[in-house]
Design a protein around this ligand. Structure first.
Ligand code: ADP
Ligand code: MG
Length: 725
């Protein structure tokens, strides 16, 4: 009988952990390193000729085209700066549709023939790259004969130097498009949607008297939740290593119900890791702000300060990469999966968003006079209309196999997309729904342009945490995105549906004003119409209550529980018309996103199914059989000694062993079955064939975990992984 040594060894190694030496001098002034590795506006101002600098800023703030001569000057300054920072290579960084980050590295230094090298970096190299792109998913957008993709510099997102023990790299944030100009990434549509939303918002603002503004953009502040586990445990769990989540494991005896972790003291080792990551993030100009424990043991959160949407999105990807590498340095592994541990709180990435610019701030902040309030209410009404009309698209923008463990499962938030406004704002809209005071003659009505708003609470404690889309005082918070996902897809959707609402509002008000209607009266009528048509999406109650799905159905709100229910929303006629109209996606691009969504879903579940078969068959079943043998030998020995044995343990074990065997058999058959040959049938096979078979294997294995002798159990347990840091 060989006791399992892998798990034991992992525990011993975890106990022997020694923290890495502190990586910075005690004399370092906090903040000193902020943005040290960023080719920021300040650096550009110092290093570029005035006219070049002005031209780049015009591109950033006003979307002006970048002149090739300007690009050359910027490239040259950027190269010198990067080489001073120790960079030997440059990379165009892009965000392919896997949701990951990709880079193509090239050396600055080119041989010049006589054994010497010359640092080369021209404007055209800065502005455009050509990675070998054929292995990135494209959902049918590229035929092999035109398998090339191009990367192009996103001027609005600053370049930075990424440090690495083996040499530094100048990283240039880029878009990634096919030869025919179609988007192969998450950034291109985000930039397009930002543009579309900005144009429509500016039309609305012009009606309120704001002209000659800087571009209106969307801002995003993502809250990232994650788990940390010791790396030795991680390496002893093939499921964590390959799928990012545990495919087996029973809940620890001490669960999160004790609440002693949430906002409790951060463990010392984790704090060391957090301080180290924040320092790295600061160097990259990523404004890491709050850090605290989350609900589950081993779970934490970081929320950088909000930034312009596309920059927040780039920074979010960079944050995830940075976290991964710093965690390793601290002997830990970071889990971004939405549900790494069954039965334990999952992780989301709440997307806080607002619209605005440097001159106006957030457009979701109520003003202190009736005119500003009217503008605030118009922008809120635009959100209500957008979310109501396009809730399916919002749901689809966060659909993935891993996020299905949160949405539509027994966890926050529900898959039904509704809006929480808070009592005060909901009450204001209820008053608006009745029309102006003159027509409703009574109290509880509100006249736009005359009445002021009560002070709205900005206290986040007031928040309804069960709502997928909540107003939080100066912004909205979309809580459905998963911890593993890029914020680009939900932000693209939000921008586009907001463009549509703002377009509707601007068009209506422009016509009313042209027809001679009083502006305030026109606004009032429009708000009343919007809240009456779309108010059903507002729900301030408990999103987890049993009554809500019933009530939501009565209101005609969709409940798209799984990824396969949600993805078809991308290819409905109205959805495609919407994205086409605002030039965010053409039909081919929408179809490609749909296909890729299906492919990724089938791929994720396929990997998990094979891992379930492997770990179940080669680690769990053998452990259970060994214990079965041990119990059988015990029964035999007792019988031989004339002692009546208790067979109940052996019988219970044998029953679960039989379940595990048959579960594995079914799973093997499901994996061998022909899943069909298009993305849709493969995805359906994953959902209907593989997932249930995996669940059955897991049920048997988890039952075994509770009865097999602890020294034989091969996998680090939930208890060990969640409580030992
Ligand atoms: P909470 O835990 O209450 O949700 P956090 O401090 O964890 O709050 O996160 C709030 C996030 O919202 C931060 O990223 C913050 O920068 C962001 N945020 C604050 N104001 C705005 C705004 N006007 N627009 C977009 N994001 C914002
Ligand atoms: Mg938070």
């Amino acid at each position: 009988m060989t006791a399992n040594t892998t798990r034991r060894r992992a525990i011993e190694q975890v106990e022997a952990y020694v923290p890495p030496p502190v990586s910075f001098a005690a004399t370092e002034v906090p903040g000193e390193i902020y943005g040290a590795n960023v080719f920021s506006k300040t650096v550009m101002q110092q290093r570029l000729p005035k006219s070049v600098y002005r031209s780049v800023i015009a591109t950033i703030e006003r979307g002006a085209r970048l002149d090739p001569l300007v690009a050359d000057a910027v490239a040259s300054a950027m190269k010198d700066w990067a080489i001073e920072k120790g960079a030997t290579h440059y990379a165009h960084v892009f965000y392919p549709l896997t949701g990951l980050t990709a880079e193509k590295h090239d050396s600055f230094f080119e041989p010049v023939g006589d054994g010497a090298t010359l640092a080369e970096f021209a404007g055209k190299t800065l502005v455009q790259g050509e990675p070998d792109a054929s292995s990135f998913p494209n959902g049918g957008l590229r035929n092999t004969f035109e398998a090339r993709g191009y990367t192009g510099w996103d001027v609005t997102s600053p370049a930075y130097v990424l440090e690495n023990p083996n040499g530094n790299t100048l990283c240039i944030p880029t878009v990634f498009v096919s030869m025919t100009g179609e988007a192969l990434d998450h950034k291109t549509p985000l930039l397009r949607s930002q543009q579309a939303m900005g144009e429509q918002a500016e039309r609305v603002l012009a009606l309120f008297g704001h002209t000659d503004l800087n571009h209106v953009v969307s801002f995003c502040g993502p809250e990232q939740e994650y788990f940390l586990v010791d790396r030795h445990f991680f390496l002893a769990r093939p499921d964590l290593l390959n799928a990012g989540r545990t495919l087996f494991g029973t809940k620890p005896p001490k669960g999160q119900e004790f609440d002693d972790h949430y906002f409790g003291a951060i463990p010392e080792r984790v704090l060391g890791f957090m301080m180290d990551t924040e320092r790295e993030l600061f160097k990259l100009g990523i404004p890491a702000k709050t850090r605290h424990n989350e609900v589950a043991p081993g779970q934490f959160e970081i929320a950088p300060m909000f930034e312009r949407g596309n920059i927040a999105s780039d920074h979010q990807q960079l944050l995830m990469t940075t976290f991964k590498s710093v965690a390793k340095k601290h002997g830990m592994e970071i889990l971004f999966h939405e549900k790494p541990f069954a039965g334990v709180n999952g992780s989301g990435k709440h997307v806080n968003f607002s619209l605005g610019n440097s001159e106006l701030g957030s457009l979701f902040v109520p003003g202190d006079n009736p005119h500003d309030n009217a503008q605030f209410l118009v922008f809120c009404a635009a959100v209500i209309r957008a979310v109501h009309l396009y809730s399916g698209l919002l749901r689809a923008s966060v659909a993935s196999a891993s996020n299905d463990h949160r949405l539509g499962a027994n966890e926050a938030p529900p898959a039904i997309i509704s809006i929480f406004l808070g009592d005060q704002l909901a009450d204001i809209f209820a008053q608006i729904a009745k029309g102006p005071a003159t027509s409703s003659k009574g109290k509880g009505s509100m006249t736009i342009g005359v009445d002021t708003l009560p002070v709205l609470p900005t206290d986040p404690g007031d928040r309804n945490r069960t709502s997928p889309f909540a107003f939080t005082g100066n912004r909205f918070e979309f809580r459905a995105p998963g911890s593993l996902q890029t914020v680009a897809a939900p932000m693209t959707t939000i921008n586009t549906i907001m463009a549509d609402s703002l377009d509707h509002i601007a068009t209506t008000l422009e016509a009313d004003v042209a027809a001679g209607t009083d502006f305030d009266a026109a606004v009032q009528a429009l708000l009343t119409e919007i809240i009456n048509e779309h108010g059903d999406v507002v729900f301030n109650g408990d999103g987890y209550s049993a009554e809500w799905p019933v009530e939501a159905e009565r209101r005609g709100l969709a409940n798209l529980r799984t990824t396969l229910d949600a993805l078809p929303e991308l290819v409905t006629e109205p959805a495609m018309a919407l994205f086409e109209k605002y030039r965010v996606f053409n039909h081919r691009e929408m179809h490609s996103r749909y296909e890729i969504g299906l492919e990724q879903y089938a791929l994720t579940i396929g990997v998990e199914a094979r891992l379930t078969l492997e770990v179940g068959g080669t680690a769990i079943l053998p452990a259970a059989v060994r214990y079965q043998t041990e119990l059988a030998q015990n029964v035999g020995a007792l019988t031989a000694a004339g002692i009546e044995p208790d067979r109940s343990a052996l019988e219970a074990l044998s029953a679960h062993v039989a379940e595990l065997r048959s579960g594995l058999q079914t799973l093997r058959a499901a994996l061998a079955a022909d899943p069909g040959h298009d993305a849709k049938s493969e995805a359906e096979h994953a959902r209907d064939g593989l997932l249930p078979a995996m669940t059955a294997v897991r049920a048997a294995a988890d039952a075994l975990e509770e009865i097999v002798a602890d020294d034989l159990w091969p996998l680090p347990t939930y208890q060990e992984m969640l409580y030992i840091l």
